[in-house]
Write a protein that binds this ligand. Structure first.
Ligand code: FMN
Length: 170
């Protein structure tokens, strides 16, 4: 797939098959995160890899909006230094790289942002300096992905020159 195809076809998937993801693929996904740009090239993200079934189940128990992660093949907790004003943007760039790299390899993923923060910090030893931005679960999709993305028309979200002014691309 080329980049356009990956962007256009990628869906967020919450149900995974039991097919294992190779070490090589996991490494490539983490490397894709490492290749992301960050403000001032500060590279302040940190990534915690969770692979064991029992650990994925424990991660799910600490979640409020991502219980499906129990069925993932592996998950990554993405952290950034919270005093950096652009830290969420940096987390998002690393996350997107990972999800697109995975999709290119036939591996699906989804993210969640709801979790019991204090318990997460304790279990994974996460210092206060770091924000727990997002958890992303990966695996081969449980079934063939059907249906189109549900997205607003471009005219509704993109303007020319001024907020609300109709898009008029030259
Ligand atoms: C900032 C953000 C937060 C999200 N939080 C959750 C979440 O807590 N739990 C969850 O299951 N999905 C979460 N999602 C996934 C979205 O529901 C998903 O990206 C959206 O439905 C589009 O899916 P699609 O690309 O397959 O159409 C989140 C996505 C984003 C971008």
């Amino acid at each position: 797939m080329n980049v356009s195809e990956i962007i256009r076809t990628k869906r967020d998937v919450r149900e995974f098959s039991s097919q294992p993801v190779s070490k090589e693929d996991k490494l490539a996904i983490l490397e894709a995160a490492r290749m992301a740009g960050s403000g001032l090239n500060s590279q302040h993200w940190r990534f915690i890899l969770i692979e064991d079934k029992s650990e994925l189940e424990a991660l799910a128990r600490l979640s409020t909006t991502g219980e499906w992660v129990a069925g993932a093949n592996f998950a990554v907790i993405i952290l950034t230094e919270k005093n950096r004003p652009y830290h969420a943007l940096d987390a998002g760039r690393a996350l997107t790289n990972m999800q697109l790299e995975a999709w290119n390899r036939g591996i699906a993923s989804c993210i969640y942002t709801g979790f019991r923060e204090a318990e997460m910090r304790k279990r994974y030893g996460i210092p206060e300096k770091y924000s727990i931005d997002v958890v992303v679960g990966f695996g081969y999709p449980a079934r063939k992905i059907v249906g189109k993305k549900n997205r607003k028309p471009l005219e509704e979200i993109a303007y020319s020159n001024k907020f609300g002014q109709p898009l008029n691309i030259k």
